[in-house]
Design a binder for this molecule. Sequence first.
Ligand SMILES: C[S@@+](CC[C@H](N)C(=O)[O-])C[C@H]1O[C@@H](n2cnc3c(N)ncnc32)[C@H](O)[C@@H]1O
Length: 233
Amino acid sequence: MLSFADFDTRGYRTVDVRTGYGQWVTTYDDTVEDVMDIALLEDLTEPSWHTVRRAADLGCGTGRTAAWLRRHGVSAIDGVDLTPEMLAVARSRQVHDRLREADVTDTGLEDAAYDLVIASLIDEHLPDLGPLYAEARRIAEPGALFVLVVFHPHFIMTSGMPTHFTSASGEPIAIATHVHLFSDHVTAAVRAGWTLTEMREGVIDDRWIARKPKWERFRNHPVSAALVWRKPS
Ligand SMILES: C[S@@+](CC[C@H](N)C(=O)[O-])C[C@H]1O[C@@H](n2cnc3c(N)ncnc32)[C@H](O)[C@@H]1O
Protein backbone atom coordinates (compact mmCIF):
# COMPACT_ATOMS: atom_id res chain seq x y z
CA MET A 1 0.00 0.00 0.00
CA LEU A 2 1.33 3.46 -0.91
CA SER A 3 1.78 6.14 1.71
CA PHE A 4 0.84 9.75 0.93
CA ALA A 5 3.83 10.88 3.02
CA ASP A 6 6.12 9.71 0.18
CA PHE A 7 4.50 12.23 -2.19
CA ASP A 8 3.70 15.13 0.15
CA THR A 9 5.16 18.40 -1.19
CA ARG A 10 3.18 20.66 1.15
CA GLY A 11 3.92 19.45 4.66
CA TYR A 12 0.71 20.94 6.01
CA ARG A 13 -0.37 20.08 9.53
CA THR A 14 -2.67 17.09 9.18
CA VAL A 15 -5.88 16.43 11.12
CA ASP A 16 -8.38 13.56 11.12
CA VAL A 17 -11.56 13.56 9.03
CA ARG A 18 -13.95 14.72 11.77
CA THR A 19 -11.69 17.54 12.93
CA GLY A 20 -10.93 18.66 9.39
CA TYR A 21 -14.42 18.69 7.92
CA GLY A 22 -15.77 20.09 11.21
CA GLN A 23 -13.72 23.23 10.42
CA TRP A 24 -13.88 23.20 6.61
CA VAL A 25 -17.69 23.04 6.72
CA THR A 26 -18.11 26.84 6.72
CA THR A 27 -16.37 27.27 3.35
CA TYR A 28 -16.64 23.75 1.89
CA ASP A 29 -19.37 24.36 -0.69
CA ASP A 30 -17.62 27.49 -1.97
CA THR A 31 -14.24 25.78 -2.42
CA VAL A 32 -15.07 22.39 -3.96
CA GLU A 33 -15.06 22.62 -7.74
CA ASP A 34 -18.02 21.02 -9.54
CA VAL A 35 -15.69 20.10 -12.40
CA MET A 36 -14.02 17.63 -10.01
CA ASP A 37 -17.09 15.45 -9.45
CA ILE A 38 -20.36 16.82 -10.82
CA ALA A 39 -18.93 17.14 -14.34
CA LEU A 40 -18.05 13.42 -14.28
CA LEU A 41 -21.51 12.46 -13.03
CA GLU A 42 -22.99 14.47 -15.90
CA ASP A 43 -20.95 12.43 -18.41
CA LEU A 44 -21.91 8.95 -17.19
CA THR A 45 -24.22 6.91 -19.42
CA GLU A 46 -25.34 4.88 -16.40
CA PRO A 47 -27.12 5.01 -14.03
CA SER A 48 -30.31 6.16 -15.63
CA TRP A 49 -30.75 8.59 -12.74
CA HIS A 50 -34.50 9.20 -13.04
CA THR A 51 -35.24 5.46 -12.72
CA VAL A 52 -33.40 5.16 -9.38
CA ARG A 53 -35.83 4.06 -6.67
CA ARG A 54 -33.71 4.62 -3.54
CA ALA A 55 -30.13 5.87 -3.18
CA ALA A 56 -27.57 5.66 -0.39
CA ASP A 57 -25.19 8.65 -0.38
CA LEU A 58 -22.05 7.55 1.50
CA GLY A 59 -19.87 10.40 2.80
CA CYS A 60 -22.76 12.74 1.94
CA GLY A 61 -21.07 15.81 3.42
CA THR A 62 -23.16 18.97 3.03
CA GLY A 63 -25.50 17.34 0.53
CA ARG A 64 -23.87 18.59 -2.69
CA THR A 65 -24.11 15.16 -4.30
CA ALA A 66 -27.69 14.58 -3.12
CA ALA A 67 -28.78 18.00 -4.40
CA TRP A 68 -27.45 17.03 -7.83
CA LEU A 69 -29.15 13.62 -7.63
CA ARG A 70 -32.47 15.27 -6.78
CA ARG A 71 -32.14 17.63 -9.74
CA HIS A 72 -31.66 14.53 -11.90
CA GLY A 73 -34.80 12.79 -10.69
CA VAL A 74 -33.62 10.72 -7.69
CA SER A 75 -36.30 11.36 -5.09
CA ALA A 76 -35.40 9.03 -2.19
CA ILE A 77 -31.89 9.44 -0.76
CA ASP A 78 -30.41 8.39 2.58
CA GLY A 79 -27.10 9.97 3.62
CA VAL A 80 -24.30 8.81 5.92
CA ASP A 81 -21.35 10.86 7.13
CA LEU A 82 -18.86 10.86 9.98
CA THR A 83 -18.81 14.63 10.59
CA PRO A 84 -21.73 16.15 12.57
CA GLU A 85 -21.11 19.67 11.24
CA MET A 86 -21.31 18.49 7.60
CA LEU A 87 -24.49 16.54 8.43
CA ALA A 88 -26.03 19.69 9.97
CA VAL A 89 -25.62 21.55 6.67
CA ALA A 90 -27.02 18.55 4.75
CA ARG A 91 -29.99 18.51 7.14
CA SER A 92 -30.73 22.19 6.47
CA ARG A 93 -30.59 21.53 2.72
CA GLN A 94 -33.43 18.97 3.01
CA VAL A 95 -32.30 16.80 0.11
CA HIS A 96 -32.10 13.52 2.08
CA ASP A 97 -34.91 11.44 3.56
CA ARG A 98 -32.72 10.16 6.39
CA LEU A 99 -29.28 11.20 7.62
CA ARG A 100 -27.07 9.06 9.83
CA GLU A 101 -23.85 9.89 11.62
CA ALA A 102 -21.82 6.76 10.88
CA ASP A 103 -18.74 5.44 9.14
CA VAL A 104 -19.18 4.50 5.47
CA THR A 105 -17.74 1.08 6.31
CA ASP A 106 -20.46 0.41 8.92
CA THR A 107 -23.46 2.50 7.88
CA GLY A 108 -26.24 0.81 9.84
CA LEU A 109 -28.42 0.99 6.69
CA GLU A 110 -30.62 -1.98 5.77
CA ASP A 111 -29.39 -4.98 3.77
CA ALA A 112 -30.11 -4.99 0.01
CA ALA A 113 -32.26 -1.84 0.23
CA TYR A 114 -30.75 0.45 -2.45
CA ASP A 115 -30.62 0.31 -6.25
CA LEU A 116 -27.98 3.09 -6.22
CA VAL A 117 -25.07 3.52 -3.82
CA ILE A 118 -22.90 6.59 -4.42
CA ALA A 119 -19.71 7.77 -2.70
CA SER A 120 -18.23 11.00 -4.03
CA LEU A 121 -14.81 12.34 -3.03
CA ILE A 122 -14.29 10.20 0.05
CA ASP A 123 -12.02 7.31 -0.95
CA GLU A 124 -8.82 9.27 -0.27
CA HIS A 125 -9.81 9.44 3.40
CA LEU A 126 -10.07 5.67 3.80
CA PRO A 127 -6.89 3.74 4.66
CA ASP A 128 -8.33 0.56 3.11
CA LEU A 129 -10.95 0.33 0.34
CA GLY A 130 -12.06 -3.24 1.09
CA PRO A 131 -14.56 -2.36 3.88
CA LEU A 132 -16.19 0.38 1.73
CA TYR A 133 -16.82 -1.94 -1.23
CA ALA A 134 -18.06 -4.68 1.12
CA GLU A 135 -20.48 -2.36 2.93
CA ALA A 136 -21.76 -0.92 -0.36
CA ARG A 137 -22.39 -4.46 -1.57
CA ARG A 138 -24.26 -5.35 1.65
CA ILE A 139 -26.73 -2.46 1.31
CA ALA A 140 -27.12 -2.77 -2.50
CA GLU A 141 -29.98 -4.79 -3.94
CA PRO A 142 -29.21 -7.32 -6.72
CA GLY A 143 -28.51 -5.45 -9.97
CA ALA A 144 -27.77 -2.19 -8.12
CA LEU A 145 -25.07 0.24 -9.22
CA PHE A 146 -22.28 1.65 -7.05
CA VAL A 147 -20.91 4.98 -8.32
CA LEU A 148 -17.63 6.26 -6.90
CA VAL A 149 -16.06 9.59 -7.74
CA VAL A 150 -12.43 9.69 -6.64
CA PHE A 151 -9.50 12.10 -6.43
CA HIS A 152 -7.18 10.66 -9.12
CA PRO A 153 -4.12 8.86 -7.64
CA HIS A 154 -1.96 10.29 -10.43
CA PHE A 155 -2.88 13.84 -9.41
CA ILE A 156 -2.25 13.23 -5.72
CA MET A 157 1.18 11.78 -6.55
CA THR A 158 2.14 14.40 -9.17
CA SER A 159 0.95 17.45 -7.27
CA GLY A 160 2.01 16.14 -3.85
CA MET A 161 -1.12 17.83 -2.58
CA PRO A 162 -3.35 16.33 0.11
CA THR A 163 -7.02 17.17 0.47
CA HIS A 164 -6.78 20.44 2.39
CA PHE A 165 -8.56 23.65 3.31
CA THR A 166 -7.66 27.07 4.69
CA SER A 167 -8.67 27.56 8.32
CA ALA A 168 -10.35 30.69 9.70
CA SER A 169 -6.90 31.88 10.83
CA GLY A 170 -5.47 31.42 7.32
CA GLU A 171 -3.52 28.21 7.98
CA PRO A 172 -3.62 25.54 5.27
CA ILE A 173 -4.64 22.28 6.97
CA ALA A 174 -4.51 18.80 5.43
CA ILE A 175 -7.11 16.12 6.14
CA ALA A 176 -5.59 12.63 6.42
CA THR A 177 -5.15 11.53 2.80
CA HIS A 178 -4.43 8.07 1.37
CA VAL A 179 -3.33 7.17 -2.16
CA HIS A 180 -5.27 4.34 -3.83
CA LEU A 181 -4.16 3.03 -7.20
CA PHE A 182 -6.93 1.89 -9.55
CA SER A 183 -5.71 -1.67 -9.02
CA ASP A 184 -6.57 -1.19 -5.31
CA HIS A 185 -10.12 -0.28 -6.37
CA VAL A 186 -10.40 -3.24 -8.75
CA THR A 187 -9.03 -5.68 -6.19
CA ALA A 188 -11.39 -4.49 -3.43
CA ALA A 189 -14.41 -4.29 -5.74
CA VAL A 190 -13.93 -7.68 -7.38
CA ARG A 191 -13.36 -9.28 -3.98
CA ALA A 192 -16.69 -7.79 -2.81
CA GLY A 193 -18.45 -9.10 -5.93
CA TRP A 194 -18.79 -5.94 -8.06
CA THR A 195 -18.38 -5.81 -11.86
CA LEU A 196 -17.14 -2.64 -13.58
CA THR A 197 -19.59 -1.19 -16.11
CA GLU A 198 -18.18 2.28 -16.82
CA MET A 199 -15.23 4.52 -15.96
CA ARG A 200 -14.49 8.18 -16.76
CA GLU A 201 -11.43 10.30 -16.02
CA GLY A 202 -11.46 14.07 -15.74
CA VAL A 203 -8.34 16.01 -16.77
CA ILE A 204 -7.17 19.52 -16.01
CA ASP A 205 -8.74 21.43 -18.89
CA ASP A 206 -9.80 24.99 -19.70
CA ARG A 207 -12.59 24.81 -17.12
CA TRP A 208 -10.02 24.05 -14.42
CA ILE A 209 -7.48 26.62 -15.61
CA ALA A 210 -10.20 29.29 -15.58
CA ARG A 211 -10.78 28.47 -11.89
CA LYS A 212 -7.12 27.85 -10.99
CA PRO A 213 -4.71 29.61 -13.38
CA LYS A 214 -1.67 28.32 -11.45
CA TRP A 215 -2.62 24.78 -12.51
CA GLU A 216 -1.56 25.44 -16.12
CA ARG A 217 1.45 23.22 -15.30
CA PHE A 218 -0.98 20.34 -14.71
CA ARG A 219 -2.88 20.81 -17.99
CA ASN A 220 -4.11 17.46 -19.36
CA HIS A 221 -3.16 15.57 -16.20
CA PRO A 222 -6.00 13.39 -14.87
CA VAL A 223 -7.41 14.86 -11.66
CA SER A 224 -10.50 12.79 -10.82
CA ALA A 225 -12.35 9.70 -11.96
CA ALA A 226 -15.77 8.09 -11.80
CA LEU A 227 -16.23 4.33 -11.53
CA VAL A 228 -19.57 2.58 -11.95
CA TRP A 229 -19.88 -0.94 -10.54
CA ARG A 230 -22.80 -3.36 -10.79
CA LYS A 231 -23.88 -5.98 -8.29
CA PRO A 232 -24.90 -9.18 -10.09
CA SER A 233 -28.67 -9.79 -10.22
C1 LIG B 1 -14.82 15.83 0.26
S1 LIG B 1 -16.26 15.56 1.27
C2 LIG B 1 -17.41 14.93 0.07
C3 LIG B 1 -18.82 15.26 0.42
C4 LIG B 1 -19.83 15.06 -0.70
N1 LIG B 1 -19.89 13.67 -1.10
C5 LIG B 1 -19.46 15.94 -1.88
O1 LIG B 1 -19.15 15.40 -2.94
O2 LIG B 1 -19.46 17.16 -1.72
C6 LIG B 1 -15.83 14.09 2.17
C7 LIG B 1 -16.90 13.72 3.20
O3 LIG B 1 -16.66 12.37 3.57
C8 LIG B 1 -16.82 12.25 4.97
N2 LIG B 1 -16.04 11.07 5.38
C9 LIG B 1 -14.73 10.85 5.24
N3 LIG B 1 -14.40 9.64 5.71
C10 LIG B 1 -15.56 9.07 6.15
C11 LIG B 1 -15.89 7.82 6.73
N4 LIG B 1 -14.95 6.89 6.97
N5 LIG B 1 -17.18 7.57 7.04
C12 LIG B 1 -18.15 8.52 6.82
N6 LIG B 1 -17.89 9.71 6.26
C13 LIG B 1 -16.61 10.00 5.94
C14 LIG B 1 -16.34 13.57 5.54
O4 LIG B 1 -16.88 13.80 6.82
C15 LIG B 1 -16.83 14.54 4.48
O5 LIG B 1 -18.10 15.04 4.80
